[in-house]
Ligand binder design. Structure first.
Ligand code: MG
Length: 421
């Protein structure tokens, strides 16, 4: 084994000009409280740089260290045009590949190189991908109220703002159901009074959708996220109970550890099944697409390595009749949101985009943050992603470690047993 210091890595072909990668670094900022990881690649051309999303908010220190200490020395000096070769080299060179830490770090580099490519060409990335097949990406927002009536009120506000799709989650005693608040001490006398009760969830969720159809009418597209908390049989029970309410999709009915049983759930479910946001490898995503277990692929694009692998999976979706519905709530940076959008508007496989309304602080730190109009996201026409980063402002929002994990550690059944967050 060679333990010599890593020499400057060069491609075995001549670069077309003198442009070089000069500096690669991870920047972590939490303007809305959620740690966002962005990779910035500076080039030898003054003012020419790229930004990429590497946001694994629960393990951001590990991603930043991977970028700064492992990846940066390997690509400093390379021509930034060799995106396919650079990302493949970074992926293969760890020998033990895949996983969300390595893939998010890789995504940060990959997306930053695409940003640079767009800026060099004077074109938005969606044009580099072959151009638009639609004007904009239709999106949905989350309505998660403390009660059924509160959830429906929130949904009415979202629909009144021009959205046609809304995800409904309703609260419960104790922890609340996923995506909606609870009431502390909701299960007095039980070992863990702040817990989550699966039987109550299975009983109450169809009532939420029955009431929602009564109040919201036939037209709105209604979605629901189980967040991986059911067994395959429980998922089938829930899906059948929700049949009368014609969901746009039922998301993550079972945990990724049980994906080999997704086909059984999908076959029994009357509505489309969306799954995949917790996957951290391209081979896993490929198996999910080809396995017949879901209708809509929900990847956290940075967790499978960025735009370069994602566009290959998108092509596979197009060829196999699977739709796309990328993951994008608060734990995707605006740069990642722009990458989602570039894929959304360039593939016939697109079905829906999860929306998120970033707060003012994020939009100040990231000028050009995508923002919906009447429920649609329109891609920027600026070169690259069209999203910038104000590093001075970013530094004013240091991340807080274990913000998400403190909540996750409390996700338990009323008997005290841990549940998947
Ligand atoms: Mg989800």
């Amino acid at each position: 084994m060679n333990h010599d210091p890593m020499p400057e890595t060069q491609a075995p072909w001549p670069a077309r000009d003198g442009l070089r990668i000069e500096r690669v670094r991870a920047i972590v900022t939490a303007p809305d409280g959620v740690p966002l990881v962005v990779v910035k690649i500076d080039t030898s051309e003054p003012g020419l740089y790229g930004l990429g999303c590497a946001t694994f908010t629960q393990r951001f220190h590990a991603v930043a260290a991977t970028v700064d200490r492992h990846l940066a020395p390997m690509i400093t000096g390379r021509h930034p045009a060799d995106i396919e070769d650079i990302t493949r080299m970074l992926h293969l060179s760890s020998y033990w590949r895949n996983g969300p830490v390595l893939n998010n770090a890789l995504s940060g580099v990959d997306m930053a190189l695409w940003d640079i490519a767009g800026k060099r060409a004077g074109m938005p990335v969606h044009e580099l991908l072959g151009g638009r097949v639609r004007a904009a990406a239709d999106t949905y927002l989350h309505a998660g109220g403390a009660s059924v009536e509160h959830t429906i009120e929130l949904a009415e506000e979202i629909l009144a703002a021009g959205y046609r799709h809304v995800r409904l989650q309703s609260g419960a005693p104790g922890l609340g159901h996923y995506g909606a608040p609870g009431t502390p001490g909701g299960y007095p006398g039980l070992p863990y009074p702040d817990g989550w009760d699966v039987q109550r969830y299975l009983r109450e969720t169809p009532k939420l959708f029955e009431r929602a159809r009564d109040k919201l009418g036939e037209e709105p597209h209604l979605l629901h996220d189980v967040h991986s908390r059911l067994t395959p049989k429980q998922a089938i029970v829930l899906a059948r109970a929700l049949e009368p309410y014609r969901l746009f999709f039922l998301e993550d009915p079972i945990a990724p550890e049980h994906y080999d049983r997704l086909p059984e759930v999908r076959q029994a479910a009357p509505m489309p099944i969306a799954a995949g946001e917790q996957l951290g490898s391209v081979p896993d995503a490929t198996r999910l697409i080809l396995g017949g277990g879901m209708d809509l692929l929900r990847l956290h694009i940075s967790s499978i390595g960025g735009l370069t692998p994602a566009r290959k999976l998108v092509a596979l979706c197009e060829l196999t009749g699977v739709g796309t519905a990328w993951h994008a709530p608060a734990d995707v940076s605006p740069v990642g949101a722009a990458a989602n959008l570039a894929l959304d508007v360039t593939t016939p496989a697109f079905q829906i985009q999860e929306g998120h309304l970033y707060g003012d602080a994020v939009r100040e730190v990231f000028p050009g943050t995508p923002h919906p109009r009447d429920g649609f996201l329109y891609p920027s026409e600026e070169p690259g992603w069209g999203v910038d980063l104000d590093e001075t402002l970013a530094a004013r929002h240091p991340p807080e470690t274990h913000r998400h994990e403190r909540w996750a550690a409390r996700v338990r059944r009323p008997d005290g047993g841990l549940e998947a967050p």
